[in-house]
Design a protein. Structure first.
Length: 78
């Protein structure tokens, strides 16, 4: 439920999705983990299955959620 809430608030759409949220209460820091799913192969031969590889996790500073500092941690293709 909270993943869908963050997806809506951040405007995240498929193939991206929120996989987890971490909140550091002492530091008042919210970290939202964003990942992508590989494309599903269709019945046509023209479309190839994309395999997830060569990804690097990057952290981006986002606007605050209420008074809490927010960071997005995303798996990115390089």
């Amino acid at each position: 439920m909270t993943a869908k809430l963050f997806e809506s608030a951040l405007g995240i759409a498929a193939p991206w999705s929120v996989t987890a949220e971490e909140f550091n209460e002492a530091g008042k820091v919210l970290t939202v983990l964003v990942d992508f799913s590989p494309a599903v192969a269709s019945r046509s031969r023209a479309m190839k299955v994309r395999i997830r590889h060569d990804t690097v996790t990057k952290t981006y500073r986002h606007l605050n959620f209420f008074q809490h500092e927010c960071h997005l941690q995303c798996a990115r293709r390089e």
